[in-house]
Structures are given as structure tokens and as C-alpha cells.
Write a protein that binds this ligand. Sequence first.
Ligand code: NAD
Length: 292
Amino acid sequence: MILDGKKIAAEIRGELRTEIDAIKASGQRVPKLAIVIVGHNPASETYVNNKLKACAEVGIEAVKIAYETEITEQTLLSEVHRLNNDGTIDGFIVQLPLPDHINETRILSAIDYRKDVDGLTPENVGRTVQGLPSIISATPRGIRELLARYQIQTEGRHVVVIGRSNIVGKPIAMLLMQRPYLSLPGMSAASLGDATVTICHSKTQDLGAICRTADIIIVAAGSPGLLTADMVKEGVVVIDVGINRVDGHLVGDVDFDNVAPKAAYITPVPGGVGPMTIVSLLQNTLQAALNR
Ligand code: NAD
């Protein structure tokens, strides 16, 4: 069965639209998001445009703040401080990657965690780890929501996460191993968690043997065709986070054609995790606005 991220994301956008219409109808200000983009990386420009479009669709006000590649770290830091203090902005993101001369960690750490709708500040990550109310980064939030909406239970199951990045691998592993007390406004199943999680990465030995013991595999490696049919057991659930461009086509990290027949559930690329990531940013923005 296909885990249809596109369909679920559309459903969630409908729910958000209703909620934001109600906010408007009650005379309150609608949530407002700012997106800071530096330079002209074509992938980043596409992502930012998609985010702006998604905001418009649900009634979130969004502004794009664009800087040239040459911007100094100091000027960008000043912009972050300005947005932290701008009472009309509920949340903002700084689109990554940043140019080499700018220290990403320094920029992300300067964002007020209450406005950090990408959930990437050390405060939000630390709060997530401790099970405190936090803003969860968009891709892990989207994966969790997708599992929840398809009622895929994680309790006691073996989840293998391939990839240990700060934006996907580490936080999704943390969320799925937690006791299920971390419920979010608008999140359908607080019951997700309680899994036994193994995190694999580029130095892991015999990835296939580990994956064959998995009930759920989440692949976020950026390596096309990494997960093959011989690496999965029958009835596995496969979440493919990878986005790779091969011969002009977008593909994930999973050999979809051969893995899908063995899987109980699998996400397509595109149309799986990608749309869920964008809609999670919208949910995070509403959450940040409601928390103020
Ligand atoms: P990353 O690119 O920072 O790092 C890749 C990780 O995969 C590393 O931890 C590395 O150790 C591991 N890895 C690489 N090759 C491996 C191998 N052969 N075996 C085992 N582990 C291996 O990670 P990221 O930023 O999470 O991105 C991963 C992929 O997910 C990329 O394709 C990215 O474009 C995609 N992505 C998609 C979304 C989405 O919304 N769908 C969001 C974020 C990232």
C-alpha cells in the first residue's frame, strides 16, 4: 500500500485552512511566517516558492526576505535578531544551505526557539529529546504524522533509521523511541513512539543484516537505490526520505520497483515525505502563533 503523502498533506492543508479561517473570523490576526533566503541556489529557490504557495493556500501570511550570496554573517545575524523582535512575525526560517562563509550553527542558534518553525535550534532539539513541548523539525514531524494517519503502530517495533543528520535521522529516531507523551496540537496519534530504534550511517557494517530485522525502515541517506529488496523482510514499512536527481528525474533512496512488492506500506518519491515536510512547516507556524 502506498503511503500517499500528497493526499494526506492536502487533507491537513484543508484542516489548517478551516482553523485559520476561524482565527480570521474571530477578528484575530492570521499567522505570519518569514522566509529568509540567501543567494540563488535553484533547489532552495524552488523549496521557498513551494513554501510560499502552501502558506497562501491555507491563509498563512508569508514574506520572503532575500539576500545576495555576499551578505556577511553579521548582517544575517542582525536580520535574525530583528525577526526575533518583530511582534508581527509568528515564526521564521532561514533556508539552508547557507554560503560557506556563513556559520549555519551560529545563525540557527540565534533564532528565538519560540519562532523557530523549522525546529532546528538547540533549544527545540533539546526540548524534543527531553519530551518537553517543542517545535519539531518539519521532516520528522511529517513522517510521524504520515505513520499516524495510516495508523501504523510503532510500539515495540524495530525501526531502522538510515542517516544521522540533525534535520532527519537524529530527530525521527528520538521521536519514535520516546514514551508517547509528546503530543502536539493537531497531531492525530499521541500513541506514536515506544519503538526500538537502530540508527545506521555511512560507517555501519552490514546494513543489509540490520535492515532485515526491521519492521519499519526510514531511509534518509541521499543515496539512490541504497535500500534494495534483499535488505528487507516481507511486510516491512518503508519511508523513503531521499531526494536525488538521476537523469533528470527525482528518485529516493529506495529501489522502489523491487522493494514495493515486499512492503506492507511504502512512500513514493515524489509524493511521499516531501509534501508532508512542507505541510509540517505550516502546522509549526500555526503552533508558534497559538503559543504566543
Ligand atoms: P545528509 O545528506 O546530511 O547525510 C546523509 C546521511 O546518510 C549521513 O548521516 C550518512 O552517514 C548517511 N549515509 C550516506 N550514505 C550511506 C550509506 N551508503 N549507508 C548508510 N548510511 C549512509 O542527510 P539529510 O540532510 O537527512 O538528507 C538525506 C536525504 O534526504 C537527501 O537526499 C535529502 O535531499 C533528503 N531530504 C528530504 C527531505 C524531504 O522533505 N523529503 C527533507 C530533508 C532531506
